[in-house]
Design a protein around this ligand. Structure first.
Ligand code: ATP
Length: 366
């Protein structure tokens, strides 16, 4: 794993008067470029040649510089990394960046400074490790079944790695589990039980709150060791299963699919905010303890509100999530922190600007 000191060494060679924010043109990049522009920071878009005209067509959100690639594999080449470094680029690693470059490659081979803590990739990428993090935080989580023979209520079965819900299935007992498992085995999607996580299916209402944790900001919440936590928006993901009613009265099998296809804005009843913030503070503290300095910048917790058990956290996405694309001009929550329209992309750029002013860019970067 590339050591933080090596990345900070590279950062120390950067020209601070010419820092640029960069990412791959995909996922939440329009918001990131738009936000950088609003903060007066130049941006760099790494773009597939054929996608460039589309990214040029948004005049308020095109990056200042395009770096074209034939394939995302080029990003890892020495030549390309040197080019990013010579342009003083700090990368915002959104979901597609992590997917296309690969989290192992980012940890082992990508030497360009990232905004955020690279170690989160290691902790969030593996569902078992992520569970250790949530257990350390002592938040409510769905029960995990180590063995299919223990299944005593509906479960959701997940493959490793972020697949945006693709390929997940439900089962109510061990027979149903093995029917689906054997189908996946025949298709070579899985090898053995180790390739899957069997998780209690939680019935309830899903909320995906987006947070920004500023290591530079002043402490604004009790029990936060330091830093400032801002709730910048909430969404709910639109998954194929959400449309299942359209097939009624029959349950059409194709609708039993958890693939994320979009996002819709939601607000939570205000009385629930306290509990959501408390859970999030615990997750921030646990991250500091397990992989210091823990979370830096944008992240999202994925929760289901259960009428009896309260919020149950089933995942943390330790980076900017696509649900933030709902709020390029701010959200029903961002207005309580900022006087100007504050998207997550802009908040990241604002933090970079503050860090440059405070001579502390190293605190945001690994
Ligand atoms: P991403 O990394 O993009 O969040 P992922 O592949 O890790 O995607 P999850 O977020 O874990 O996928 O799950 C996809 C969807 O499956 C969720 O948005 C939710 O609707 C549903 N889901 C996940 N876990 C549970 C659970 N324990 N009970 C009920 N539904 C769940």
């Amino acid at each position: 794993m590339i050591d933080r000191s090596e990345i900070l060494g590279i950062l120390s060679g950067y020209n601070e008067s010419d820092i640029k924010i960069g990412t791959i043109c995909s996922h939440s990049s329009l918001q990131i470029f738009h936000g950088a522009r609003r903060e007066g920071i130049p941006s760099v878009g790494i773009v597939l040649r054929e996608n460039k005209p589309y990214y040029e067509s948004f005049p308020k959100a095109t990056p200042d510089i395009f770096m074209e690639v034939e394939s995302y594999k080029e990003i890892l080449t020495d030549h390309f990394q040197k080019r990013l470094i010579s342009e003083n680029v700090v990368i915002v690693p959104h979901g597609s960046f992590v997917e296309y470059v690969g989290s192992d490659n980012i940890l082992e081979r990508f030497r360009v400074p990232l905004i955020g803590n690279r170690l989160t990739l290691y902790w969030e990428g593996d569902r078992r490790r992520q569970r250790e993090w949530l257990e350390e935080a002592r938040v409510n989580t769905p029960k995990i079944y180590r063995n299919p023979s223990e299944i005593d209520k509906p479960v959701i079965v997940k493959l490793h790695g972020a697949k945006g819900g693709k390929g997940y299935f439900k089962a109510s007992n061990k027979e149903e589990f093995y029917t689906r498992f054997n189908e996946l085995k025949v298709k070579n999607v899985v090898d053995g039980l180790d390739d899957l996580v069997i998780e209690e299916f939680i019935a309830g209402v899903r909320y995906y709150p987006h947070f920004f944790y500023s290591v530079l900001g002043e402490k604004n919440l009790p029990r936060l060791e330091e830093g400032r936590l801002e709730l910048l928006g909430i969404d709910r993901r639109l998954e194929v299963i959400d449309e299942i009613h359209r097939g009624l009265p029959l349950i059409i099998e194709d609708y039993l699919d958890y693939t994320v296809t979009g996002n819709i804005p939601v607000v939570v009843r205000e009385k629930y905010l306290v509990s959501l913030l408390e859970d999030t503070i615990r997750i921030v503290s646990a991250a500091r303890k397990l992989f210091y300095p823990g979370l830096i910048g944008p992240f999202c917790i994925e929760t289901i509100y259960h009428p009896v058990r309260g919020f149950i956290v089933f995942e943390v996405s330790a980076r900017i999530v696509a649900g933030t694309n709902l709020y390029p001009n701010g959200s029903p929550y961002s207005v309580y922190y900022h006087d100007e329209p504050m998207s997550m992309g802009r908040r990241i750029a604002r933090e970079v600007k503050n860090a440059l002013r405070m001579n502390s860019l190293d605190k945001l970067v690994y």
